[in-house]
Write a new protein. Structure first.
Lengths: 198, 566
């Protein structure tokens, strides 16, 4: 970095180019494209495997039904969390200091989603639905687990953003990047819920 | 790497060797890391093919440098050759090395927008290479389920006999994709947001466009393969049955997930090679690129179409014949934009003052040899003839007539063309031409015989043909021997390249700033460019291909030269 400065006389530096889309958002968006395709691959594999089953073999006999009700509750929690983050952004644009509460709210709602999912998994494992018990179990844990891993990862970054916000040092780049990724986690979930639970 | 690569701008800020070459965030150093890792992996890919081709030509003999090849070794060698050449040579050299090196220089900025993500990308790639190399030495040896890893062969250790090699191979491939994903995000974002002032969309050099389009195609296609890789890894290690029909799974599902990535992947590596050729033929025919926008739009068209052709790999895998018809049509369609690009390049050459330098020879050879690969692909894209040709050496020869021009002819064109910029030294032209002719002639002598044996039904997955009297009939074994001898000649000529490369690196003639008299911005920087690239960041006034323009005083007109001084 020093070298750049020693060579290029600051007076000669061109004016900073105004990007139409900030680099942090653009970079995360392209990452999200790849992630969406990852889940598209998993969900279409699941759809094909399901369509291949003999009549009467789906859901596989002896396997518990997926908890549609609890799934609906967690879907609601996650959507609320996304809405809270959007609210945090709208407040932050005008008064950055006042965005702390909705930001923490978004994080807590996201955490509640992950914990509720964990509780569901625990119950399902107890009822005999495991990764190797049937192709339903394999796909369920793979797809929902894949999403849960993304949610946990995104929550860690969101926690980092919350910490920066509490010390008043939340940079626009981090905030934009986190938002882009969290909206992906939030919006991917209803698709998974609709395709896998029913 | 010699003295001056990164010293010039540093003065007393000189970093140590590790900081400068192994832990750098400089896009040029990361490009070199990819280049040299790719070149090293190419040696592995070359050695494996030498060993198994010797076994095919002289079954049962002790191969010099390896020993007797067992059937088990043979599977591992073929798998390693395929995976290494595509994932660890073509991808890192064509996209990662050249993309990293060229993009910031050609669009006139000082570095990538995410330099630390860029460094992470190379480090992940290095780890993936090390994981792959480790898998050669574990119990059971390297993965032996072919580079396409079809289950059930790849899913069950009882079938592929490589219980540790198989999961390690999958982990290595997955890591490598993450590395290129991070690299690709950087490429696209940098080109979108860091172009020099004045550089509009149609002033971006074609090779940069091609790398960007290839990165987008890669990012949109890699997801399903990673999904499939996770499923296959679970089948191998945890005991799930995603691809096991006896447990409700479907082995053909893997083929869809694999080829949904695998076919776009062909265009991911083809497009950068096409871009390199576009740069070189304009410079060495001193003529404006014929139909810049046509090249750009056909490249985008190729990228889009490449998502709708994958099932032509599965015509005999039991897919619905109605689906085979659709995929035959899309596959034949995709030859149109690619042919269009080739026509545009020929039109660019027409009437130019052509200079047959080494890079130009490589670029011209690319057009000719790739054309043979494309034309023979028609037979495989049409489902009727594919049923006969499937799994014969005709497929192998076709595939290598596309991939060798892409991965090697394209890379040699790029390395010989940008070497003066990269290292500040000129390559030796005479030895460059010796290497060129030795490689090209030998290459044709490898694969034309394989087209002929393939057309006579020579099956590609056989370890020792002496057990198959029908495939040993008049002339068949002679063809195999001819192909193998030509391969040995081709490999021997690569020594010429390596000696020329490293000798010129140290003792070569010093390169000027713009030895080829080219227009694009990388030639504005010093040779080699210091850390930070440009003494003063350039402003762009025109497109990249204004050669022999009537208003310019020279036969070239650099992009950054203000109009009034012309």
């Amino acid at each position: 970095m020093e070298a750049t400065l020693t060579q290029a006389d600051p007076a000669n530096l061109r004016p900073a180019r105004r990007a139409a889309v900030p680099s942090a958002v653009l970079g995360t968006l392209f990452f999200v494209v790849a992630e969406v395709m990852f889940f598209a691959g998993l969900i279409s594999a699941y759809t094909i495997s399901r369509a291949n089953q003999l009549p009467g073999m789906w859901p596989p006999p002896g396997q518990p039904a997926l908890p549609v009700g609890a799934g609906a509750v967690s879907t609601g929690l996650l959507l609320l969390s996304g809405a809270a983050l959007l609210g945090a952004y709208l407040v932050w644009r005008r008064a950055p200091a006042r965005a702390t509460a909705p930001l923490l709210g978004a994080w807590l709602l996201g955490l509640a989603f992950v914990l509720l999912q964990g509780r569901e998994w625990w119950a399902l494992l107890g009822k005999g639905l495991t990764l190797t018990s049937s192709s339903l179990g394999s796909f369920f844990y793979l797809i929902v687990g894949g999403h849960a891993l993304h949610a946990v990862g995104a929550l860690l970054v969101l926690a980092w953003a919350c910490a920066r916000q509490l010390t008043g040092k939340l940079s626009p780049g981090l905030f934009f990047g986190v938002q882009t990724f969290w909206y992906f986690v939030v919006l991917m979930w209803p698709v998974i819920y609709a395709r896998v639970y029913f | 790497m010699s003295s001056a690569t990164a010293d010039a701008g540093h003065g007393h800020h000189d970093q140590g060797f590790i900081k400068k070459y192994l832990w750098s965030t400089d896009h040029k150093v990361i490009g070199f890391q990819y280049l040299f890792t790719g070149m090293f992996m190419a040696l592995i890919g070359g050695f494996t093919v030498y060993v198994f081709r010797m076994q095919l030509a002289f079954p049962g003999m002790s191969v010099p440098g390896f020993g007797r090849v067992t059937a088990h070794d043979y599977n591992s060698l073929v798998t390693t050759h395929g995976s290494v050449m595509i994932f660890w040579v073509a991808m890192p050299v064509l996209i990662a090395a050249l993309g990293n090196y060229l993009i910031p220089l050609m669009i006139g900025c000082d570095d990538m927008v995410f330099p630390r993500i860029n460094r992470l990308s190379y480090q992940l790639f290095l780890v993936s290479s090390l994981v792959l190399i480790t898998s050669f030495f574990v119990d059971g040896g390297a993965f032996g389920g072919a580079w396409t890893a079809y289950p059930p062969l790849s899913a069950k250790a009882a079938y592929n006999l490589t219980p540790h090699g198989a999961p390690l191979w999958l982990v290595a491939v997955a890591l490598e994709f993450v590395a290129f994903l991070l690299g690709g995000i950087n490429f696209i974002t940098t080109v979108m947001n860091s172009r020099a002032p004045g550089m509009k969309m149609f002033d971006v050099p074609i090779v940069v466009w091609m790398i960007v389009i290839a990165s987008i195609v890669f990012m949109a296609s890699v997801g399903p393969l990673v999904a499939g890789a996770v499923m296959l890894l679970f089948d191998q290690t945890v005991g799930t049955g995603f691809f096991d029909p006896s447990r409700g799974g479907d082995p053909v599902l893997w083929q869809h997930l694999f080829w949904f990535f695998g076919h776009p992947e062909v265009y991911v590596v083809l497009l950068p090679a096409m871009g390199i050729v576009a740069e070189i033929i304009t410079v060495f025919s001193r003529k404006k690129l014929f139909a810049y926008k046509t090249v750009l739009y056909t490249a985008i068209g190729t990228g889009v179409l490449s998502f709708f052709v994958w099932a032509h790999h599965q015509f005999v895998a039991g897919i619905d014949p109605r689906m085979a018809n659709i995929f035959s049509v899309t596959t034949l369609l995709i030859s149109i934009p690619v042919a269009e690009m080739v026509f545009v390049y020929i039109a660019t050459l027409y009437g130019g003052s052509i200079r047959l330098t080494t890079p130009m020879l490589w670029a011209l050879a690319f057009i000719g040899e790739f054309l043979i690969g494309g034309v023979t692909g028609i037979f495989l894209g049409a489902s009727g003839s594919d049923i006969y040709f499937h799994d014969t050496y005709f497929v192998v020869a076709h595939f290598h007539y596309t991939f060798f021009p892409i991965a090697f002819i394209g890379s040699f064109a790029a390395i010989t063309y940008w070497f003066p910029k990269m290292f500040g030294k000129m390559l030796n032209e005479t030895w460059g031409k010796v290497h060129f002719w030795g490689t090209i002639i030998a290459f044709n002598f490898i694969f034309i015989p394989l087209f002929l044996t393939g057309a006579r039904g020579d099956h590609r997955r056989i370890y020792d043909y002496t057990h198959f009297p029908d495939l040993m009939k008049a002339g068949m074994q002679e063809m195999r021997v001819l192909a193998t001898l030509a391969l040995v000649v081709l490999l021997a000529f690569q020594v010429v390249f390596l000696v020329n490369f490293f000798y010129s690196l140290v003792k070569g003639k010093k390169a000027e700033q713009n030895p080829w008299k080219a227009n694009t911005l990388e030639w504005v920087a010093a040779s080699p460019p210091p850390h930070g690239n440009f003494p003063e960041l350039p402003t762009v006034y025109r497109g990249p291909y204004e050669y022999s323009h009537p208003e310019a005083k020279d036969d070239y007109w650099p992009q950054n030269q203000p109009p009034q001084t012309a």
